[in-house]
Design a protein around this ligand. Structure first.
Ligand code: ADP
Length: 472
């Protein structure tokens, strides 16, 4: 089957978050299943030079967008046996950064139209065109409006994956006809609540809509989680489903991760102590064998930082240490720094981004906190479990799907969970985790064993995507 994945970023070329990771790993996993896969992203000025300088030019075409005709150059790179196509237009993409420009709507409308138009250059006409997030939401709509009767496009099917419904690409509705060039017959599909809404256009016009976990697929039918799109999704429920992301199990492997103070696996789990002591030293915490709780996170409302701050003194009154690595909202960064000053032997904060320190926390902690308010899928909890660090999570979205609660009686389950978005419920889950931690036999042969042997590879998820493509 021929599959084209379209997105605004793809690892290793451009990565700002989870979407980039998925676009790096899913094509590989599909290729291993003998599928003919390609990926298309914009050619950004800020793409890493080692990749940017090694692209092959394969042609150009004019892309009609509203009343404009815009140049689109097509470049290609073969990475791990997969063709990555890059759409070039200096007016739109020769800028600092990837997102956040005043004309992002126009930039990604151009990209969406160009994805379809440049198939005439690449000659890669997919059976399934898999779009991702609002930046590619207009693709299925353009396909219906302008390409359905053109050879090569007639039977093309579309899938849209929503990685986070908070971001919808909404802007003033004058752009729908003026900039996007959507004809009057399809205008209403791109409009929502008196605005242009690119994600909603994709939800309405794609053949299937997928979110990055089954629980999140259900949750976004409810106004609490939907950022206004619940009624659209409820009406399209018949084509909505969820598939959890995997993680790169070769990259996140405590046996080979070069950032660790000591490599280990389940059998040599005792070496985790060396990682704990290294971490304590790195952060100036007293070196001892007390339980260490870790967090690696964006410091935003989504990640439940309010819950942590709400009971931080209760947490720190227990016999433990807490290490937090993250960047994000100014108010959270400052509040955490302030508490760390008051409890220098208990709390260490690192307000920066570092994959190296992140690995050291995944390996050096015993318990990983992730009390998200909402979580489409979440990767950190899976990485933590792979490192034998037991997650305490709220039962929401992908956290609910990937961290079944540990039951000390049956010894089944992977972590400690709580339901309601409530700081004291979280505190209770932390206490239950600690209670288990202090029973070394139950901890090591129960929950740690389960977590370290769980399968978080992309293989299963790719299988589910493939089944979905085939059903189309
Ligand atoms: P989200 O994409 O919503 O931020 P995920 O759990 O899906 O959350 O993915 C977060 C990823 O980013 C993880 O790989 C995590 O280790 C990494 N990460 C988050 N904050 C930092 C940081 N400050 N330094 C290093 N890595 C980070």
């Amino acid at each position: 089957m021929k599959i084209l994945l379209a997105a605004s970023e793809a690892s290793p070329f451009v990565r700002t978050g989870g979407l980039g990771d998925v676009m790096g790993a899913l094509p590989l996993a599909l290729k291993r299943k003998k599928q003919d896969v390609a990926v298309v992203i914009p050619l950004y000025e800020d793409m890493k030079p080692e990749y940017r300088n090694n692209l092959q030019y394969i042609g150009n075409i004019t892309v009609p967008l509203g009343w404009r005709n815009q140049y689109a150059g097509v470049f290609k790179s073969n990475y791990n046996g997969i063709d990555y196509y890059f759409i070039d237009n200096e007016f739109y993409f020769k800028r600092k950064g990837f997102y956040g420009h005043f004309d992002d709507g126009e930039r990604f409308a151009f990209f969406s139209k160009a994805v379809l138009e440049t198939m005439q250059v690449t000659k890669f006409y997919p059976d399934v065109l898999h779009c991702n997030d609002w930046q590619t939401g207009l693709i299925p709509l353009y396909l219906d409006c302008f390409y359905r009767y053109v050879d090569g496009y007639k039977t093309m099917k579309t899938v849209l994956t929503i990685h986070n419904i908070e971001f919808q690409g909404n802007m003033d509705k004058y752009v729908i006809d003026n900039v996007f060039g959507i004809p009057a017959s399809h205008y209403a599909i791109a409009e929502y609540k008196h605005d242009a809404n690119m994600l909603k256009a994709g939800i309405e016009s794609s053949n299937r809509v997928v979110t990055v976990s089954p629980t999140y697929a259900n949750e976004i039918l409810d106004p609490y989680y939907s950022y206004g799109l619940d009624n659209i999704l409820n009406a399209r429920r018949y084509k909505l489903s969820g598939i959890v992301n995997g993680i790169d199990v070769d990259l996140y492997d405590p046996e080979t991760d070069k950032a660790l103070f000591a490599n280990y696996n389940y059998k040599t789990y005792a070496k985790k102590a060396e990682n704990k002591h290294g971490l304590q030293e790195l952060f100036g915490l007293p070196k001892n064998d007390k339980p260490v709780l870790g967090m690696v996170t964006r410091l935003t409302t989504q990640k439940g930082i309010d819950l942590i701050l709400g009971v931080i003194r209760d947490i720190l009154s227990m016999d433990l240490q807490l290490v937090i690595l993250g960047t994000g909202d100014w108010k959270y960064e400052n509040a955490l720094k302030e508490v760390a000053k008051q409890f220098p032997t208990k709390l260490a904060t690192a307000i920066y981004f570092s994959a190296d320190v992140a690995s050291k926390i995944y390996a050096g902690s015993d318990i990983f906190l992730m009390p998200s308010k909402y979580e489409p899928c979440g990767l950190s909890q899976m990485i933590a479990m792979r490192y034998g660090t037991i997650p305490v999570v709220r039962e929401t979205g992908g956290l609910k799907d990937t961290v079944p609660a540990f039951n000390p009686e049956t010894k089944e389950g992977l972590g400690f969970t709580f339901k309601t978005y409530n700081a004291h419920d979280m505190l209770d889950a932390i206490r239950r985790a600690l209670d288990c931690y202090y029973q070394p036999e139950l901890w090591y042969k129960g929950v740690v064993k389960n977590a370290m042997s769980a399968d978080f590879s992309w293989d299963k998820s790719a299988e589910q995507y493939l089944a979905l493509y085939k059903s189309l």
